[in-house]
Design a protein around this ligand. Structure first.
Ligand SMILES: [Zn+2]
Length: 157
């Protein structure tokens, strides 16, 4: 059918109580820029919903044959949809060192020690010096910090 210089869909709804544009949708070539813009507008007007909602909105006024691939193309390039549909990234974990996997080894077999300080710490009204002792166990991921009250050495004597 030709209506206002546009090719429209004929169909069987001539006697339906609907507006003319809903009974006889305008044909739009699928490879045209107009079809792409219409799909983009419909996608935005339905709140970035998917294929079914876009088709329902578009079929109110326009008829594009073979529109599925165009919808898929437009939705895949939509920045808003890409932002909300992106999968969360996961941290890649390295393989564990062999020292952490040997369960038969004694606990303090692979341990690093480091003493640091002094730090000035306020205690009551006076300032005191404190040191820290850093344990780095191979079997534990986090280092363990032990507070020393004064610089001293541990002896068995
Ligand atoms: Zn979108």
């Amino acid at each position: 059918m030709l209506m206002d210089d546009f090719i429209t869909v004929g169909g069987r709804l001539r006697r339906a109580a609907l507006p003319e544009e809903k009974k006889h949708q305008v044909f739009v070539p699928k490879r045209s820029e107009v079809a792409k813009l219409l799909v983009l507008e419909a996608h935005k007007s339905v709140g970035h919903m998917g294929r079914g909602a876009i088709l329902m909105d578009l079929w109110q006024r326009y008829w594009v044959l073979g529109i599925g691939a165009l919808i898929k193309n437009v939705v895949s390039k939509c920045v808003v949809c890409r932002r909300y549909n992106t999968k969360a990234s996961h941290q890649k974990m390295a393989t564990l060192p062999t020292e952490r996997l040997m369960s038969d080894k004694p606990v303090f077999d692979n341990t690093g020690l480091d003493m640091f300080g002094p730090f000035e710490i306020k205690q009551g009204r006076s300032m005191v010096k404190r040191y820290g002792l850093l344990f780095n166990f191979a079997w534990l991921q986090e280092p363990y910090i032990w507070r020393l009250f004064r610089q001293q050495t541990l002896t068995n004597a």
